[in-house]
Design a protein around this ligand. Structure first.
Ligand code: 5GP
Ligand code: MN
Length: 342
């Protein structure tokens, strides 16, 4: 048995809303990662199997390494079909908001969610959720939204009804949000849940391979280039910075998601506990921050890059040049010296 993390009243509220409504939209955050897609497709399969009319809407495209998940080809990308997506959101009776805590994290979809007449249910694990949903299931101590979806389905008494496809999607999200169970993954119940998912027939080794063993040659060479030529180490702060210009990404024909995981890599270096990756995008610099131990990347991100996220993994955006972003990073590092050097 796993402990009852989710408040029983919230479970009843979700059950009640699902009894009354069957036109459902699931929305997740911009630049969807494995947990965003995994939790959305896990819930999608569960609700679909119950006979609901369900659509998953993502603000923009998601990486190729998640396309093998069953149901991924049915995901509606708002940027590609904004009018159709808007219509579905307007007509939905119920909207699930997964893996984000504020509407802004869904970019242009945010105002549509806020204006929608549908009842809204958040399932998320980011700190400080804003109050825009009718039911807020937010547990930052849980390492992935996908795990919360598993817990929600079980608490509604439907573990037996869970399909292998649902289990595969959930496992993918749990795996990717913990770096394949290498961080944020000391809760013993995670492994109990994995056991339950294995009973559904998932092939966890194959899922690992689908997600992590699928680099294109270009992507792998870009990774080598980044570590070899574009990494600066700050030994006096146990910190590292990597960055890529638009031109460098173009040289390696980088696609959406091709730099996923790069931010973590400097943490492989002995003593480095804080790593920041700056990626020049069309209108801004996208920032990914990662740490080990209790260094608060989300605080650093909020202070410097208008961002947020989890303690050990956060992100932000910077509107300016790469040089300016690097300068801000370097100027701010000394303020965190006590947390970086212990
Ligand atoms: P990533 O670096 O993989 O894009 O994001 C890591 C974590 O930070 C995720 O949990 C994500 O939700 C959060 N995050 C990424 N970008 C932003 C951002 O611009 N603003 C906020 N508030 N959180 C972000
Ligand atoms: Mn997540």
């Amino acid at each position: 048995m796993i402990s009852k993390i989710i408040d029983s009243r919230k479970i009843s509220q979700v059950e009640d809303l699902l009894d009354k409504h069957d036109k459902i939209v699931i929305v997740t955050h911009v630049s969807p990662d494995g947990d965003a897609i995994g939790s959305s497709l896990g819930l999608y399969h569960y609700l679909n199997d119950l006979g609901n009319e369900v659509t998953v809407i993502v603000p923009n495209v998601f990486p190729d390494f998640l396309r093998w998940i069953k149901g991924a080809k049915d995901i509606l990308v708002y940027e590609k079909y904004p009018e159709y997506a808007q219509k579905l959101i307007e007509e939905a009776q119920l909207i699930f908001c997964l893996d984000f805590n504020i509407p802004k994290r869904t970019n242009n979809v945010g105002p549509l969610i806020e204006a929608a007449k549908a009842k809204k249910i958040m399932v998320d694990h980011h700190p400080e959720p804003s109050d825009f949903c009718d039911v807020t299931i937010s547990y930052p101590q849980i390492s992935s939204t996908s795990e919360l979806i598993f817990r929600l389905i079980c608490r509604m008494g439907d573990f037996e009804a869970m399909s292998k496809e649902c289990a595969e999607a959930i496992y993918t999200g749990m795996m990717t949000d913990t770096g394949a169970f290498t961080y944020n993954s000391n809760n013993a119940e995670i492994y109990y849940i994995i056991g339950e998912l294995l009973k559904k027939g998932i092939d966890k080794d194959q899922i690992y391979s689908n997600v992590y063993h699928n680099y294109s040659e270009d992507r792998y060479r870009m990774l080598g280039y980044t570590l070899s030529e574009k990494m600066k180490i700050y030994p006096e702060y146990n910190a590292a910075l990597i960055w890529l210009t638009k031109e460098e990404q173009a040289k390696y024909h980088a696609k959406k998601g091709d730099t996923e995981g790069f931010a973590n890599l400097p943490l492989n270096i002995s003593k480095i506990i804080f790593s920041v990756f700056l990626r020049e995008d069309n209108e801004m610099i996208k920032i990914s921050l990662r740490s080990q131990g209790d260094f608060p990347t989300n605080k650093f991100s909020a202070q410097c890059f208008n961002g947020g996220g989890h303690l050990n993994a956060s992100g932000g955006e910077f509107y300016g040049t790469l040089e300016d972003a690097i300068a801000i990073f370097e100027k701010t590092l000394p303020e965190y010296k006590d947390l970086l050097i212990k």
